[in-house]
Design a protein around this ligand. Structure first.
Ligand code: GTP
Ligand code: SPV
Ligand code: MN
Length: 602
């Protein structure tokens, strides 16, 4: 039986392009002495390298080849069933003091943590190949772009990083020879994929990440949540920019007028879907394009916010993805895609709950067991994912490679809320918008391990991703607002409000264009709004609901209702949340809460 992590031996010309930077070489040598791999594979991102790694992965059952007529160059990976999502309880911010990590992060003292990790990593790569992956986050010519190196003993990580980042030569060139250049050090080892030895540790002061014991997604693709958000947010604060868990989309009107919008929804709450929205027929001539589906890095220029997507691919939720819900994602994942934890049909196709058409009469489920429609278990894991290059997206925005970024007209916050939160409302101003972001909440999803469906506060969708004290993060938002002479307008949306009988009131997906259109109209100053206690609400006649079938006027009314009893509870929730943070909340936000409470007469 093959060990999926066992060493591979490339032919000459593959895996031997060592970078020249001495700081990188010294660090790799140090990790080599500690982990004692069989050999070192220097990744360059080339096609030949990719082909070799795929063929070895197929031999070791790290990948399974999918039907090449249906899904060319696409593969299935099955992760260990104990390892299917991010693990927030094992994720640590290792700053010199606990205060720097703040009340929302697990903290662990840096020197003790390094020692513990060194213990776990000692000899961990014996008999394995150690891969060194150079990559950049951000378009090659952006001032925001960061260089990272990830060391890993997982072929799946190498193949996924090639999709998710700009990998290889481009990074080596960008770093250059200066041994003092800025770059992120990432070390990952599968160890024995045991939750008891699973730790994702960030050392912001050292620009270092060490992840052990997992082989899954955000735990191990260190470019993504670890660098682009946790370390990124830390760097952003000290360097005066923003690293956010936000999609970025462009909206073009029939007259050619274009706006860009960034939106923060928690994990598995609709970012990828919103970023690839196809407007309903009624909106002929409107076009939505994707800049990014998960992460936005934003800087201030000329008093405005400009955003880049640091990633190069999408690591998206598979279940529920269909030609009906998200045709652009479906088209993107027809080729060059690594599927993780979906079901495999008898003809080598990928299948999941919510895919178009009837279920297969027989399949192999995500764990590798026989499955039929009569099975009680799901065929695909609820957090099964695709990794697909962004160039596959038919609605990719033409400015996605612009180093200067795209100018942001509106920021949208949103969560999964069965009640309380109306379909859409607008903040009175930046400070109020910061409060709305800081107090946002969402029902938990399968994207992280733990209970699903529980309302938790998730400020700016960054609760699991803010790499420093959340109070300082709020302060950084308030400060950023002061530096903006032309700030984006701030909104809150909720696609997930339910009726008394537990059904979604809003059809969502493409029909979210109707809400987006109102947001753009507000940015253009074309429509007025109703001032309510929670912010500006749309007037019914300003929401374009033409040709919206199956939604009654009563449902729309319900979607836009602000219920005093629910909001009293909500405000108590805000107060409890702020209290739980133990005095780090800026006074401006405490004041916002008092004002909100006062508007409700409490
Ligand atoms: P991460 O990759 O974890 O950050 O998730 P995400 O925010 O990109 O979420 P995604 O777009 O993948 O959607 C997650 C789930 O929400 C999927 O099952 C979607 O089908 C569902 N979803 C997305 N948009 C809507 C919507 O407008 N309405 C409803 N009801 N469900 C939606
Ligand atoms: C999320 O959970 O927000 C994701 C998936 O985007 S992961 O990369 O696993 O973090
Ligand atoms: Mn995400």
């Amino acid at each position: 039986m093959n060990n999926p992590a066992s060493a591979i031996f490339p032919p000459a010309g593959i895996g031997d392009r060592k970078p020249a930077n001495q700081a990188v070489l010294d660090w790799v040598h140090e990790v080599e002495l500690l982990t004692q791999p069989e050999n070192i594979f220097w990744c360059d991102g080339s096609e030949a390298e990719n082909e070799f790694l795929i063929s070895e992965s197929l031999k070791q059952n790290v990948l399974f080849k999918l039907n090449k007529a249906k899904l060319p160059r696409s593969y299935l990976h099955r992760s260990n069933p104990n390892d299917v999502a991010r693990v927030e309880q094992f994720t640590f911010i290792c700053t010199p003091t606990k205060e720097e990590a703040g009340p929302t992060n697990n903290w662990s003292e840096p020197s003790a943590t390094y020692l513990k990790l060194q213990g776990l990593l000692k000899g961990a790569m014996r008999g394995r190949t150690m891969f060194v992956i150079p990559y950049i986050m951000g378009p090659p010519d952006s001032p925001l772009t960061k260089v990272g190196f990830e060391i890993t003993d997982s072929k799946y990580v190498v193949l996924s990083m090639r999709v998710m980042t700009r990998m290889g030569e481009v990074a080596v060139k960008r770093l250059g020879h200066d041994p003092k250049g800025e770059w992120n050090r990432g070390v990952h080892s599968l160890l024995d994929v045991n939750p008891e030895r699973r730790l994702i540790c960030h050392f912001p002061q050292d620009n270092t990440i060490i992840s052990v014991g997992s082989g899954y997604g955000g735990n191990v693709l260190l470019s993504k949540k670890c660098l682009a958000l946790r370390i990124g947010s830390y760097l952003a604060r000290s360097q005066g920019w923003l690293a956010e868990h936000m999609l970025i989309l462009g909206v073009e009107s029939p007259t050619g007028k274009k706006h860009y919008v960034a939106a923060a929804f928690p994990s598995a709450c609709g970012k990828t879907n919103f970023a690839m929205l196809i407007p309903p027929k009624h909106f002929a001539g409107w076009k939505v394009t994707t800049v990014g589906d998960d992460i936005a890095w934003m800087q201030i220029r000329d008093g405005r916010l400009w955003a880049v997507n640091p990633e190069n691919g999408y690591f998206g939720v598979v279940p529920g993805t269909s030609y009906k819900s998200n045709p652009s994602a479906m088209k993107s994942i027809q080729r060059d895609t690594i599927y993780t934890n979906v079901a495999l049909t008898d003809d080598g196709d990928a299948w999941w709950e919510g895919k178009d058409g009837p279920p297969p009469v027989h399949a192999i489920d995500w764990r590798g067991n026989d499955w039929t429609p009569a099975s009680k278990q799901k065929a695909a894991h609820p957090n099964s994912r695709f990794a697909t290059p962004m160039r596959n997206n038919p609605v990719l925005d033409p400015h996605v490679e612009d180093g200067g970024g795209v100018p942001i007209s509106a920021i949208i916050f949103g969560g999964r809320r069965s009640d309380t939160m109306p379909l859409v409302f607008q903040a009175f101003d930046w400070e109020h918008g910061t409060y709305i972001g800081a107090t946002m909440a969402s029902e938990t999803t399968a994207a992280a391990t733990g209970a699903v469906g529980q309302v938790r506060r998730d400020p700016m969708a960054m609760l699991p991703f803010c790499g420093y004290n959340i109070g300082d993060y709020f302060r950084h938002w308030l400060e950023t607002g002061k530096r903006l002479t032309n700030p984006p307008l701030i909104f809150h949306v909720n696609w997930f409000r339910k009726s008394a009988d537990g059904k979604f009131l809003w059809p969502g997906f493409g029909d979210n264009m109707r809400v987006l259109k109102w947001i753009i109209d507000r940015c253009e100053g074309e429509v007025s709004a109703t001032e309510s206690k929670i912010g500006y609400l749309p007037k019914m006649q300003d929401l374009d609901l033409n040709e919206l079938s199956g939604v009654s006027p009563e449902q729309i009314q319900e979607l836009l209702t602000v219920k005093a009893e629910e909001w009293q509870k909500e405000i108590t929730g805000h107060a409890k949340f702020f209290e739980s943070l133990g005095g780090v909340v800026p006074k401006e936000l405490e004041k916002q809460r008092e004002n909100l409470a006062a508007r409700f007469g409490t």
